[in-house]
Design a binder for this molecule. Structure first.
Ligand SMILES: [Cu+2]
Ligand SMILES: [Zn+2]
Length: 181
């Protein structure tokens, strides 16, 4: 029975393959390298605890966050793009609310979301170091992009984001910030 199913699956793959092969390759004309951006991430004292790197492709941007040992409390932390590229105050309130141009609800798992600032959580190890790579459909440049007039900020929160509740998924205080400008 299983074998029959496998064979069926294989034969449907076989018939699907030529159709796929005939499709013109997507983005064939786009040969330029993704736009890149790099910025330090600072804690409330203004110390650099790591860095963010953004690569922006045609349809998605990829954000990589690298936090050095001692940088964050161990465990999960919410991570968002906030609307203003200002990390100058200790509580990072100058970075304002999440990037959100169309009044979407907060939360990657919210049926009325997500807003443009919503990102997956980052996990900090026992030593406070962390590494994460997440994607976002929010653009780096152009209309509605992160590098708009007042820039944007990557904010890391004290607690994890439950991706559902308003306004920030219960993520709590803002404990780290990186300017995107
Ligand atoms: Cu946030
Ligand atoms: Zn949000």
């Amino acid at each position: 029975m299983i074998r029959t199913l496998t064979l069926l699956a294989l034969s449907s793959l076989a018939t699907a393959a030529p159709a796929l092969a005939q499709e013109p390759p997507k983005e064939a004309a786009k040969v330029s390298a993704p736009e890149a951006f790099e910025s330090p991430i600072k804690n409330a004292k203004g110390d650099t605890i790591g860095k963010l790197t953004i690569r922006d492709g045609a349809n998605n941007l990829v954000l990589r966050v690298a936090i050095q040992p001692g940088g964050l409390p161990p465990g999960w932390h919410g991570m968002h793009f906030h609307a203003v590229g200002d990390c100058s105050d200790a509580k990072f309130m100058n970075s304002k609310a999440h990037v959100n141009h169309d009044q979407s609800k907060h939360g990657l798992l919210n049926p009325d979301g997500p807003d443009e600032g919503d990102l997956a959580n980052i996990f900090a190890n026992q030593d406070g170091s962390a590494n994460a790579e997440v994607s976002s459909e929010t653009a780096l440049t152009g209309e509605g992009g992160l590098k708009d007039g007042d820039g944007s900020a990557l904010i890391i929160h004290a607690n994890e984001d439950d991706h559902t509740t308003q306004p920030i998924g219960g993520a709590g205080d803002r404990i780290a910030c990186g300017v995107i400008k």
